[in-house]
Every structure is written in structure tokens, then in C-alpha cells.
Design a protein around this ligand. Structure first.
Ligand code: MCA
Ligand code: AMP
Length: 507
């Protein structure tokens, strides 16, 4: 598949060549490519019965399962647009996405105990449909449209980019197809591969880097509904899995839950890690335990994958590898105007066919995210070594990456500041052994807060829980008389993050 393809033509190519091979396997379903094709057609019917037409946004607030995958593939076939969000998004977060991109349909596919669509007060004309995450959506309405074109919008993915509120990154079929083609080749995918998929489906990593590449290569996608370390070990040691993709937290947890006798997942030909920095200690410990060197790669929502350690060749611990073929990587020249020296640290900038089409309805922020000569500004800081390998050393953007999920301090601060007794707050990340970084907050209460009614940690967390998905909640809160500030009045997050009460055992 190439950038002249759409995501559906990639899937159809697999169908043409591998109709009888297993495309999808889970604890409840096994589908060949021919059966998957029929299931996608049924899901297209289900969407059409709900009046979805090409270009319509379809918001998916769904637990992981076959229904999520089929509705996404149906969107790709129909020309409607997948807008995936975290299944535990709060009513406020769902309402924000609805206001921002006016979807025609919100599909709520949550497990039965939480089957409410975040009890939205107002849907702004967006219809709500329910579906069980483990069932196939089936409908009969005929599709009325021509297939989508490579230049059509495939997916809107919410991210804050380098700054500001969450924005929908516009990902076109041809951009996603370009990245899928690069990954299929660079990581040596074949139809013989079987991927153990433990990632969430609502992000680039799980949806495109993992699931789409597997299906576009005629390989088998084995879907686990969640990451569970002992089940993962069982699958990895079963001999049927050839590929595994995780975030660093998953590798950390696999190490902690390793079977007593040295596990040798010899059938697995490739372990990859990304979305957050993989500690060299984790890479080395995993190699010592299993004999396998994890391949670390780097990407972002707006790009897909940009750099990767090689399939064959040296995988350097602490580096995310050289640029992938067809991707341009450069370090921004220092502000003085002099030419960068080798190993100068600067902002990582990226170019290539997979770079996104801008943010939904936000031309200004789109413009700001590119340099004058058209390179994407990543907001990440790094350097290229003499072998052309990228080393990431920090971030210019205010972003906390917790367990591979992005948390934007401003969003958490806004939620805390809305509490009537909170005068101001500042949120930052601190090192955390399990999550890599943990979200923590410093809070200053109003002097007028009544004694006896002053909120405590539990109350503030309960307040925030209504506003923020659980992974964004501060793991610790320090009540301060004032926030640490510099002479200009700017909050010093480095001083905040070094407060002993905010640092946990992993710090
Ligand atoms: C769950 N919790 C978290 C996180 N996940 N808190 C902080 N950060 C998190 N990531 C909360 C839960 O709500 C719960 O809170 C408590 O922590 C314990 O939950 P636990 O059972 O440990 O969580 P889990 O369900 O096992 O999830 C951990 C996880 C998950 C498996 C690491 O977060 C995950 O799947 N992360 C992968 C994210 C990912 O795919 N990112 C890719 C983004 P309470 O006790 O209060 O209920 S795409 C991307 O970044 C780019 C493109 C790229 O390069 O890939
Ligand atoms: P997102 O906006 O969710 O796509 O997250 C993209 C960000 O994740 C990047 O800009 C990096 O900051 C971070 N990231 C992804 N992969 C890695 C990695 N291997 N090492 C360090 N950071 C990473």
C-alpha cells in the first residue's frame, strides 16, 4: 500500500490475497479476512441505518473490543470519520469533543456496568447509539456512496499538540496509508505474523501502528481487551505470537510479573516500545530476562511514526533510532543563527508524506505548529548523534506522559481552579517507576476559605474526577501558601516538582 491508497483499499488488498487466513482473533471471535470483510460490510450497514454519510464524524467512546475495530473499519470504507476518545472520558470531556467537531453520531460502547454515555446534558444534535463492545454491529442499509479518496479525512484525533486546548488532528487516508506502508516494510511484516495487541484502540499507537499495519499486511491481529501482565506472558510464551507492541509501563509491569523460570518468548521476532521514553535499565533488564532487545521508536499523533531503531542493525538504548525511510528529521538551528554542531540539542522537526493536515477548525494553531519552511514542530527536544540516531532529552511543550497517555497540565489546573476554594494551582510531572511520569499538583487555597470547610485531598480529587478522565487525576496534591515563582512571576515547575511531598517512591 502507498500514499495513493485509502485505509480500506489496504484492507481489501489483504482480503484479495489472504481471504482464508485469520485476520482477527480474540477470546470471543475468530475471523478470516473474508469474514472480516463481511463484518465490516455489516458495520457499514449499521452506520448507514443511523444516517451516517461520507464526511460525517463518528465519535467513538468505546471500550476495547471487536465493535470498536469494526466501526472504525466501516468508517474507513464508507468515508465517514473516526473520532476516538478515551472510554473513561467524563461528560465534560465528551461535551467538549461534541462542541468542537459536531459529530453526527456518538457511539457509546462501554461495558454494561458503565453503559451510560457519560450522562450528557446536551448533545447539540448529535445522536447517541449504544453497542456492546464485544459484539458485531450489524445493519442492512445499503451504502449509497462512492469509496473515499486518498485525500479524504479518515480520522480526527484529539491532542493538544505543543500548546493550548485539545485539538482534533486531521489525519487523511493518504497520510495514514503512507505511514502504514513505511512501518510494514521497516519492521519486516509478513502475512505469517501474529500481533498480540494489548494497547488501547483510541490512539495512533494501538489503532494505526499496531492494528492497521497488521491488517494491511494480511497478518493476524490477536486482540486482548486490556493489558494484563500474567495473561500477556502466557500469550507471549505460547509460541503463536510473533510481534508485541507496548508502552514502557507495560514492559516495566511485565518485568515485575515475570514467571519464575526464565521466560524465553522465542517465537516473538519483535518487541517494540514507544509513546514515552523507555528507560535504558528497562531495555537491559528485559534483554537479560528474555534475550530480546526491545526496538524503541518515536512518533506523535500529527505524524505517525517518525524514527525507529532498526529491525536489523544496532538498537541503541536511550535512542529512538534514525528517521524512518521517507521521513525528514532535523534539529532546529540554535536561535543565535549559527549552524548547529553535531549533538547540539534543539527542537525536533519533522517532514514527510505522513504529516497531518492541520487541526480541525483551527487555522492559527495549525500555522503555529509548522516552521516557515513547512516542517512540523514537535515540541520535543533532542539531538542527532554521528550515526544519525535521534536521542530525545526533554520537551519544550508542557506535557506529562503518564503510562503512555498524554496529560496537559493546563487542563488539570483549569479543573482544580474551578473549585470555589482554590485560588490557584500548578500541575507538573514527577518521575514515577510504573507510569514513567506521574501527574502531581500544588494548590493554594483562598484566604477566605472557611475553617472546617477547607477541601482536603479527597474532596479535591472527587471534584476533579467529575471533570477529568481518571488517568489525568493528580496522584499527589500539596497544599501550599504560595506557588514557587521566579522574579517575573512565572510559576517554576522545576521547583514545584522537587517538593518532597510531591515526589513518590519512584522519584
Ligand atoms: C490507568 N491509570 C493511569 C493510567 N492508566 N494513571 C495514570 N496514567 C495512566 N496511563 C489509573 C487508573 O485509572 C487507576 O486509577 C489507576 O491508574 C490504576 O490503574 P491500572 O489498573 O494500573 O491501569 P491499567 O488499566 O492497567 O492501565 C495502565 C496502562 C494504560 C496499561 C499502562 O494506561 C495504557 O494502556 N497505556 C497505553 C497508552 C497508549 O497506548 N498510548 C499511546 C498514545 P484509580 O485507581 O483512581 O481508578 S499514541 C502516542 O503517544 C504516539 C503516537 C506514539 O508515539 O505512540
Ligand atoms: P501524542 O501527542 O499522544 O501523539 O504523543 C506524542 C509525544 O509522545 C511525542 O511528541 C513525544 O513527546 C512522546 N513520545 C513518543 N514516543 C516516544 C519515545 N519513544 N520516547 C520519548 N517520547 C516519546
Amino acid at each position: 500500500m502507498t500514499q495513493d491508497s485509502t485505509l480500506d483499499s489496504g484492507l481489501r488488498a489483504s482480503l484479495a490475497k489472504h481471504a482464508k487466513r485469520t485476520a482477527f482473533a480474540s477470546s470471543q471471535h475468530t475471523l478470516t479476512y473474508a469474514e472480516l470483510d463481511k463484518a465490516v460490510e455489516d458495520a457499514v450497514g449499521w452506520l448507514a441505518e443511523r444516517s451516517v454519510t461520507p464526511g460525517d464524524r463518528v465519535l467513538l467512546q468505546m471500550d476495547k473490543g471487536i465493535a470498536f475495530l469494526l466501526l472504525h473499519l466501516a468508517n474507513m470504507r464508507m468515508g465517514s470519520v473516526t473520532v476516538p476518545i478515551h472510554p473513561l472520558s467524563t461528560a465534560q470531556e465528551v461535551a467538549y469533543a461534541i462542541r468542537d467537531c459536531s459529530p453526527l453520531l456518538l457511539v457509546c460502547g462501554l461495558q454494561e456496568d458503565r453503559a451510560q454515555p457519560s450522562s450528557l446534558p446536551e448533545h447539540n444534535g448529535t445522536a447517541v447509539a449504544f453497542v456492546s463492545p464485544s459484539e458485531r454491529p450489524v445493519g442492512k442499509a445499503p451504502r449509497q456512496s462512492d469509496p473515499p479518496q486518498p485525500g479524504d479525512l479518515a480520522c480526527l484525533l484529539y491532542t493538544s499538540g505543543t500548546t493550548g486546548p485539545p485539538k482534533g488532528a486531521r489525519l487523511l487516508h493518504r497520510q495514514l496509508a503512507a505511514n502504514i506502508a513505511i512501518l510494514a516494510k521497516s519492521w519486516g511484516w509478513t502475512p505469517e505474523d501474529r500481533l498480540l495487541h494489548v494497547l488501547p484502540l483510541f490512539h495512533v499507537h494501538g489503532l494505526f501502528v499496531a492494528a492497521s499495519v497488521a491488517l494491511h499486511c494480511g497478518a493476524t491481529l490477536e486482540l486482548a481487551t486490556r493489558f494484563e501482565p500474567s495473561e500477556t506472558w502466557k500469550a507471549l510464551l505460547s509460541g503463536r505470537i510473533s510481534l508485541f507492541m507496548g508502552v514502557p509501563t507495560m514492559y516495566h509491569r511485565l518485568l515485575s510479573a515475570a514467571p519464575a523460570t526464565a521466560p524465553r518468548p522465542t517465537a516473538v521476532r519483535l518487541f517494540t516500545s514507544g509513546s514515552a521514553p523507555l528507560r535504558p535499565e528497562t531495555l537491559r533488564a528485559f534483554e537479560a530476562l528474555t534475550g530480546q532487545v526491545i526496538l524503541e521508536r518515536y512518533g506523535m499523533t500529527e505524524v505517525g511514526m517518525a524514527a525507529s531503531n532498526p529491525l536489523h542493525g544496532t538498537r541503541k538504548p536511550g535512542s529512538v533510532g534514525p528517521a524512518l525511510p521517507g521521513v525528514g528529521l532535523r534539529i532546529a538551528p540554535p536561535p543565535t543563527g549559527r549552524e548547529p554542531d553535531s549533538e547540539d540539542i534543539g527542537e525536533v522537526q519533522i517532514s514527510g508524506a505522513s504529516i497531518f493536515d492541520g487541526y480541525w477548525n483551527r487555522p492559527e494553531q495549525t500555522e503555529q505548529s509548522f516552521t516557515k519552511d513547512g516542517w512540523l514542530r514537535s515540541g520535543d527536544l533532542g539531538f542527532l548523534d554521528s550515526d544519525g540516531y535521534l536521542h530525545l532529552v526533554g520537551r519544550e511543550k508542557e506535557l506529562i506522559i503518564s503510562g503512555g497517555l498524554n496529560v496537559y497540565p493546563r487542563e488539570v489546573e483549569t479543573a482544580l481552579d474551578e473549585h470555589p476554594y482554590v485560588a490557584e494551582s500548578a500541575v507538573c510531572g514527577v518521575p514515577d517507576e510504573d507510569f514513567g511520569e506521574a501527574v502531581v499538583a500544588g494548590v493554594v487555597l483562598h484566604a477566605k476559605s472557611q475553617p472546617g470547610s477547607v477541601p482536603d485531598l479527597e474532596e479535591l480529587l472527587a471534584w476533579a474526577r467529575v471533570r477529568l478522565a481518571p488517568y489525568k487525576l493528580p496522584k499527589r496534591i500539596a497544599f501550599l501558601t504560595e506557588l514557587p515563582r521566579n522574579a517575573m512571576g512565572k510559576v517554576q515547575k522545576d521547583r514545584l516538582s522537587s517538593l518532597p511531598e510531591l515526589r513518590g517512591s519512584g522519584s
